[in-house]
Design a protein around this ligand. Structure first.
Ligand SMILES: Nc1ncnc2c1ncn2[C@@H]1O[C@H](COP(=O)(O)OP(=O)(O)OP(=O)(O)O)[C@@H](O)[C@H]1O
Ligand SMILES: [Mg+2]
Length: 411
């Protein structure tokens, strides 16, 4: 059986969408992708729903036109700073006479685990089962069909800021798209670009986008910390623009042309002719002047991340590595050396092997496809469950009462 999954990533500098086919073994084939610049997100929140929806619509139309695929719904990402993750545990006695675990038992135990109090501005958007425990036997991934008297689940309950989530849903609805689920960006990237060993031993994921840097730490196979800082690749371009007194667009162009974050890596420090920001006249600058500014800002972003991690004592007795992701940092050579200098940990850049979609800006979208594919693979009887639901807009993970009400606007 194959599934078609659509994911939309609404970022500070761009909106992108990916439609992919996932087969039974979890192989992903990208059917279509589209990326368009946007200016409708500030500090991770959509501030212009009209613009967001029109860009989403145009991304989806572009994919539909190329591939002639039916796309009416999608999974959308939400950044880590707008969610809280709380671990909880619940249990039920099995309902059948032969004590074989049914889908209904699983749904009952999962809907109990969501009974938690969150701050008023938060609403549950997902429940991620970590392990099931059957009559004391733990680490069960899928208990369906097993036999036991008492079924327990340990799960991460994910709650999002209502304003962020509502703006995502409104923008999608206005683009005539249903939201099937809202996925935490770091979990999506973690699923795609971090190895199981890294997530077990410990790994710091630094995702530098256009306007936001997301810091997440995984250890013992789960996310243990996340935070975000309001800085990103656009601040690097802004520094170049201010520092060299050149227009922002020209600064952005120079950054993309040289793709360097370390002056020691410059091979030919030649002069470049640029426009002065005020005088409307040309002037000459050296490549090293551009790269010095990039190096200083990247160093500063890393140091700010390190401060956050130190303040929260995340790196105490930490033996893992750093993985860099996002368009703001993935392109510039010297990124790993700078990360090593600041974090004093080995560093690498995130990558994946899915063909035809290697640009760092697509990482969140492809990660979301991977994340959704693994979640759906786990809920084997999902189609059976879905048929019982009359509301077509019911999101795929919404077997839980609060999430269902939330996505359908009933809460
Ligand atoms: N070739 C390149 N060299 C250097 N930087 C680049 C290059 N291409 C893109 N970038 C930078 O990548 C950043 C955008 O990255 P990304 O698409 O990951 O961010 P986003 O998802 O839009 O934003 P955020 O995650 O902060 O909301 C921009 O700052 C852009 O300047
Ligand atoms: Mg992003």
């Amino acid at each position: 059986m194959e599934r078609t999954i659509c994911c939309v990533d609404i970022g500070t500098s761009k909106i992108c969408a990916v439609v992919a086919k996932v087969n039974r073994s979890g192989d992903i084939e990208v059917l279509g992708k589209s990326m368009k610049p946007c200016d409708c997100v500030k500090k991770g929140v959509i501030v212009d729903i009209d613009e967001a929806s029109s860009i989403i619509k145009s991304c989806i139309s572009e994919i539909r036109a190329i591939k002639n695929v039916q796309i009416n719904s999608a999974y959308v990402n939400i950044m880590g700073a707008h969610v809280s993750i709380i671990s909880n545990r619940s249990s039920v006695d099995t309902s059948t006479s032969n004590h074989e675990i049914s889908q209904e038992d699983i749904e009952r135990v999962l809907s109990r685990v969501e009974d938690l109090e969150f701050p008023k501005d938060r609403q549950i958007i997902d429940v991620v089962p970590r392990q099931y425990i059957l009559d004391g036997c733990d680490e069960i991934v899928d208990p369906l069909g097993m036999t036991g008297m008492k079924l327990e689940v340990e799960a991460d309950i994910i709650a999002g800021k209502i304003t962020s989530v509502q703006n995502i849903i409104k923008s999608m609805k206005k683009a005539d798209m249903e939201v099937e689920g809202i996925i935490v960006e770091s979990l999506a990237i973690g699923e795609l670009a971090l190895t199981p060993q890294e997530k077990d031993i410990g790994v710091v994921l630094i995702d530098i986008g256009g306007g936001i840097t997301n810091i997440s730490v995984f250890k013992n196979k789960k996310i243990v910390f996340f935070d975000s800082l309001p800085v990103g690749g656009d601040h690097i371009s802004n520094d170049i623009s201010i520092g060299l007194r050149i227009p922002f667009n020209e600064a952005e162009k120079l950054k993309r042309e040289y793709e360097l974050a370390l002056t020691s890596l410059i091979k030919n420090d030649h002069e470049i002719t640029v426009n002065d920001v005020n005088d409307n006249k040309k002037k000459d600058i050296k490549v090293s002047e551009v790269v010095e500014i990039i190096e200083a800002r990247v160093h500063e972003i890393f140091s700010l991340c390190k401060n956050v991690l130190d303040k929260n004592q995340v790196l105490d007795s930490f033996n893992g590595n750093v993985v860099l992701a996002g368009g703001g940092i993935s392109y510039v050579d010297g990124n790993m050396q700078l990360a090593y200098e600041v974090f004093e940990l080995p560093a690498r850049v995130a990558y994946h092997k899915i063909p035809g979609i290697s640009k760092p800006e697509f990482l969140t979208c492809v990660g979301t496809v991977r994340y959704v594919a693994s979640r759906l693979k786990l809920s084997k009887n999902e189609s059976e469950t879905e048929n019982k639901v009359s509301n077509k807009s019911r999101p795929k993970f919404a077997f839980l009462k609060k999430i269902y009400k939330f996505f359908t606007g009933l809460f």
